[in-house]
Ligand binder design. Structure first.
Ligand SMILES: Cc1ncc(C[n+]2csc(CCOP(=O)(O)OP(=O)(O)O)c2C)c(N)n1
Ligand SMILES: [Mg+2]
Length: 596
């Protein structure tokens, strides 16, 4: 059989260095799936339960490896299913290429079955590059450009391939003629450093401040040493945006941890009291957690000029790679002699960790979710990879987990979608089968799609050299994060019709799939459950029965929020008694942070 367009597409993908494609078949991509079947030595096809999961996995592959993630789906419904995961990648600025099928060319425009206008549908998510192949001679440059643009722009690109085109004989190299395109392979990241003049302007701002705050995000993940070096010179405290959790280890005394609604009090204090702000690789959105306009002079570093100067009126905007730019700044910076600001930050951080421990050890009914995270921290294996879902788990992930050097951690930062926890973790295992991967997810996210994807884990785990993949389910029978947002932000009591979740036995279900399931329903069993899961010979689901009345509250609440919250209770919240009990415990902790 001669080489088809589908075969050539895969050969070219392999030449680009792609080793894995996440997806789900359908007759819109028969010609590509058939080719995948012939190319198994080069590229592994990972079959998911739902195309959205394939896109989440491609996104997580990109986040954890720095390489392009690739996913594929059939025309119409399959392509539609991919979208949410693709938006996750686009909004968190990681490169993903989607290869989707389409009806045969002759049918298009005929309101044919499964014919969806994919170029229009994908025009937003893949706006940097979405193209359809009409003839075999296009295949080479469409793929080359999709791969290169995804990397150059750190975004999602898409190629649409009608199913009949996939089966045609390949044209690897178009004849040289007017109207043909001749493309090649390869992309290397340029070295991007601001000009000396701009570095000098930035240094001037940073040198003249006395109370320097730093905020680091995903763009600083590869700049740990540089961020530490600058923080040391400037006597700064460093707060972390959610996606930058792994940029700095939490055992550094001046790291104030997460910022924002899911953040910490020392991060809040850092921002409220600083006179100078240095933002590195972050587009953290909430202005109420940043200094007031006029309070601080600010410098921002980002590799993408479009992301500069949009969160705070920064005085100096540096386009550059974070590590390179910080290194280039060093010679211009003067070490701050007065360390009193830094000492104050460190004191706040010490007290905060004590408070968090006290909060985690509070009794709850039956389990305090904070304690589940608190007990995990010292047990985290070296180099493990953590993925959180959206929900209350993201609060405890952000605040309570003490990350160490060498670990990775991610979640859906900007889209903040439910559902990526389990697929991210699986992508982590495919990319790094020798490392432990842990998903931290709510029961709502588990019911939405994690439970389906456990079947995929059951299908593949034996391929991984270290089979340890752990899914922690916070089993609170509630869409807890939103229940609390409704109380605190809107002043509405819990609406059980929308917030209660049906009960489900996650551990038993895991066992039914040949995985290990551990039910944890008393606080004393938490540590043992983590030990057992980390020593297991197969993937584990920890089903932790947690208390929905423990408030996943911001570090401080405003007067309006407190009033809304109180009025929600007076309106007859079904959980009123439990909430008052837990809130009282938390208040006592804040007053007496070092109690037991
Ligand atoms: C796809 C999607 N739907 C809805 C939301 C809104 N939302 C954010 S968190 C959340 C609740 C999650 O519940 P669960 O997974 O049980 O976690 P919990 O907060 O209870 O720990 C909801 C509904 C979202 N972010 N994404
Ligand atoms: Mg829940």
């Amino acid at each position: 059989m001669s080489e088809t367009v589908g075969d050539f597409l895969l050969k070219r993908l392999a030449e680009w260095g792609v080793r894995r494609v996440y997806g789900y078949p359908g007759d819109g991509i028969n010609g590509i799936i058939g080719a995948l079947g012939r190319a198994t030595d080069e590229i592994q096809f990972v079959q998911v339960r739902h195309e959205e999961m394939a896109a989440f996995m491609a996104c997580a592959h990109a986040k954890f490896t720095g390489e392009i993630g690739v996913c594929t789906a059939t025309s119409g419904p399959g392509a539609i299913h991919l979208l949410n995961g693709l938006y996750d990648a686009k909004m968190d600025h990681v490169p993903v290429v989607a290869i989707v099928g389409q009806q045969a060319r002759a049918a298009m425009g005929g309101s044919y079955q499964q014919e969806v206008d994919l170029l229009s549908l994908y025009k937003d998510v893949a706006h940097e590059y979405v193209q359809m192949a009409s003839v075999p001679a296009q295949m080479r440059h469409l793929l080359d450009r999709a791969m290169r643009i995804a990397q150059a722009e750190r975004t999602v690109t898409c190629i649409v391939v009608p199913n009949d085109v996939q089966e045609l004989p390949a044209i690897e190299q178009p004849k040289r003629a007017h109207g043909t395109v001749h493309s090649g392979i390869g992309y290397s990241q340029p070295r991007v450093i601001p000009s000396d003049l701009d570095l000098l302007r930035a240094a001037d701002v940073l040198n003249s401040g006395e109370k320097v705050a730093m905020l680091v995000g995903a763009g600083a993940l590869h700049a740990t040493d540089e961020v530490m070096m600058i923080a040391e010179l400037l006597g700064a405290g460093v707060a972390k945006a959610l996606l930058g959790k792994a940029a700095l280890p939490d055992d550094l005394p001046y790291v104030t941890g997460a910022i924002g609604l899911l953040g910490t009090k020392p991060s809040y204090d850092l921002m409220m009291d600083c006179d100078t702000l240095l933002m590195v690789g972050t587009s953290f959105p909430y202005s109420e957690f940043l200094p007031k306009e006029g309070q601080a002079r600010a410098v921002q570093i980002d590799i993408d000029g479009r992301m500069l100067g949009i969160r705070y009126p920064t005085e100096v905007n540096l386009i550059g790679d974070s590590a390179e730019t910080l290194r280039a700044l060093v010679p211009y910076l003067k070490r701050k002699q007065d360390r009193s600001w830094r000492e104050g930050v460190e004191k706040g951080v010490r007290e905060w960790w004590q408070l968090l421990e006290a909060k985690a050890m509070d009794e709850a009914n039956p389990i305090n979710p904070q304690r589940v995270f608190w007990e995990l921290s010292p047990r985290l294996p070296e180099n493990c990879i953590l993925s959180s879902d959206s929900g209350s788990s993201a609060n405890w992930f952000a605040r309570d987990l003490k990350i160490r050097r060498g670990m990775m951690a991610s979640l859906s930062g900007n889209l903040a979608t439910m559902g990526p926890g389990v697929p991210y973790t699986m992508a982590a295992k495919f990319a790094f089968p020798e490392r432990v991967a842990i998903a931290l997810v709510g029961d709502g996210a588990m019911q939405m799609n994690g439970s389906g994807e456990l079947i995929t884990i059951a299908k593949y785990w034996k391929q991984w050299s270290d089979p340890r993949l752990i899914v922690l389910v916070l089993h609170n029978n509630d869409l807890n994060q939103v229940t609390w947002e409704q109380r605190v932000l809107a002043g509405d009591p819990k609406f059980q019709c929308s917030q209660d979740l049906p009960d489900f036995h996650y551990a038993q279900y895991a066992e039914s799939l040949g995985l290990k399931g551990i039910l944890v329903d008393t606080p004393n069993a938490i540590g043992r459950a983590w030990d057992e899961a980390l020593a297991a010979d197969r993937p584990v689901v920890i089903d932790a029965i947690t208390d929905p009345d423990v408030p996943p509250m911001p570090p401080h609440i405003t007067f309006d929020q407190a009033r809304a919250y109180a009025s929600a209770l007076f309106k007859g919240d079904p959980n009123e008694r439990g909430i008052i009990r837990q809130t009282f415990r938390e208040m006592v902790d804040a007053i007496l942070p070092s109690k037991g």
